[in-house]
Design a binder for this molecule. Structure first.
Ligand SMILES: Nc1ncnc2c1ncn2[C@@H]1O[C@H](COP(=O)(O)OP(=O)(O)OP(=O)(O)O)[C@@H](O)[C@H]1O
Ligand SMILES: [Mg+2]
Length: 254
């Protein structure tokens, strides 16, 4: 059974059909890419999967269970993690603290116990710190743990966003344009981290405009155009698809 299934997912904003009848499967330990022109609906689809938006029609299934109506915190708890297209880092906080913020989805001790510094809070704090260090380890940023987030170059900022999502212990990780703005060396380092995370058992769905990166890293590619899926298949097939070239790849590959 697929880990994640989308069935006829549609999202309407007023008079705009941002997504129309989108369906595909995501299988365990796959790296799948979602590509398409600006405004095609890629981020909107992420929002529908993660519970940030409720689709106007269609279903989202997690291992066959209908999770369409689940709110974002519950999806996170069920193992669907994400990064955002625009940076959500706290520049004044350290790298480690930025990851610990992501961990809060996993801890249960409330504000009162934090304030009173009850043993349960202290234990969770120690666990959060350890889990955050583990997440930094997974993206090769342990050396940076105590530096302010603002001191990181862009490539490492993107790795830090990934570490923060990893700290919620996802089984599925959604990455929204992780390679945007990165130079070749940073993109190569990102690819190494994404592959390693996949090899450790995490399933990856990523949105990206960097076609070199997409074709290099993905097992399968889904192409959206004006909210509709126009193609799906292995990278070589997508690169040769005439409709995809007309809608998108023609200009991206130039
Ligand atoms: N909350 C919203 N309310 C109204 N319209 C929205 C909302 N979110 C997205 N849209 C619209 O839906 C369409 C799809 O937007 P989306 O951000 O999903 O595109 P995208 O494929 O991620 O594009 P990009 O590659 O530029 O990030 C756009 O026309 C956008 O303006
Ligand atoms: Mg987007």
């Amino acid at each position: 059974m697929a880990l994640l299934t989308l069935e006829g997912v549609s999202m309407r904003f007023g008079g705009l059909d941002a997504l129309q009848d989108v369906g595909f499967h995501l299988h365990e330990q796959q790296i799948k890419a979602l590509i398409g022109p600006n405004g095609a609906g890629k981020t909107t689809l992420f929002n529908c999967i993660t519970g940030a938006l409720r689709p106007t029609a269609g279903r989202v299934l997690l291992e066959g269970r209908d999770v369409t109506a689940w709110p974002a915190h519950r999806m996170c708890h069920e193992g669907v993690g994400r990064t955002f297209q625009h940076s959500r880092l706290f520049d004044d906080m350290s790298v480690l603290e930025n990851v610990m913020v992501g961990r809060h989805a996993r801890t249960s001790a409330g504000l009162l116990s934090a304030f009173l510094r009850l043993p349960r809070h202290r234990r969770e704090e120690a666990e959060s710190r350890q889990a955050a260090m583990d997440a930094l380890w997974r993206v090769d940023l342990v050396d940076r743990a105590d530096q302010p987030a603002s001191s990181l170059p862009l490539g490492e900022r993107h790795l830090l966003e990934m570490a923060r999502a990893l700290a919620t212990e996802p089984r599925i990780l959604l990455l929204d344009e992780p390679a945007a703005g990165l130079n070749d060396e940073e993109t190569e380092r990102l690819a190494t981290s994404v592959r390693r995370i996949r090899d450790e058992g995490v399933t990856i769905l990523l949105v990206e405009h960097d076609m070199g990166f997409v074709m290099d890293i993905s097992d399968e590619v889904v192409v959206l155009d004006y909210g509709r899926k126009i193609a799906e298949g292995p990278p070589l097939m997508i690169q040769a698809d005439e409709e995809v070239i007309r809608a998108y790849l023609g200009e991206e590959l130039e």
